[in-house]
Write a protein that binds this ligand. Structure first.
Ligand SMILES: [Zn+2]
Length: 182
């Protein structure tokens, strides 16, 4: 992956894929224009593709303007910094309190999930959690910790979540008002 600056579109991301047979344009959730090209394509060629399609892209794709992109990048940086200073300690706090063992923490900024637990025992927490009220944040952490004992969302899993967060049903509902994406 590489990127270059463009006067109309701001940062343009070039994604190389072995399966791709021709240039394809899309907009990432970040609002940045993304060009997917065959693996051997140079940035120079990607720019040429972009120039040849500039008008159509402007008309058809919801690329965010460069200043909006920059604002989002800045917000993401701030959230990442806050998350780094908070989430590992909060996770450790709940894990110690309820005697869970996990192998590590990973801070993510996926757009679809608040957290996950890998089979190797690493817990991923979304930096977007720094935007939600503490009670909901704690619910997500407790949810992921409970996955250490239950890989599924079975009745036994929810019973365990409920033991550590008696209001989990309400928290789960309230969390739907927020989106994990930055
Ligand atoms: Zn789950």
């Amino acid at each position: 992956m590489s990127s270059f600056q463009d006067k109309d579109f701001g940062e343009v991301v070039v994604r190389r894929s072995a399966w791709s047979t021709r240039a394809k344009f899309s907009v990432a959730t970040s609002g940045k224009l993304t060009i997917t090209v065959p693996s051997s394509t140079s940035d120079f060629l990607a720019k040429r593709f972009l120039n040849s399609m500039r008008k159509e892209i402007k008309e058809k794709l919801p690329v965010k303007d460069p200043s909006t992109q920059r604002a989002r990048d800045a917000q993401k940086k701030i959230l990442m910094k806050k998350a780094r200073e908070y989430l590992p300690y909060r996770l450790e706090f709940w894990a110690t309190k309820y005697n869970y063992h996990y192998s590590g923490i990973r801070l993510s900024h996926a757009n679809t999930r608040w957290g996950s637990r890998s089979s190797s025992g690493t817990i991923s927490l979304n930096i977007g959690l720094m935007k939600v009220p503490e009670a909901l944040r704690d619910y997500v952490i407790i949810h992921e910790l409970a996955h250490i004992n239950h890989m599924d969302h079975s009745a036994a899993f929810w019973k365990e979540v409920g033991e550590h967060d008696p209001n989990y049903k309400r928290h789960r509902e309230q969390l739907k008002a927020f989106s994990p994406g930055v």
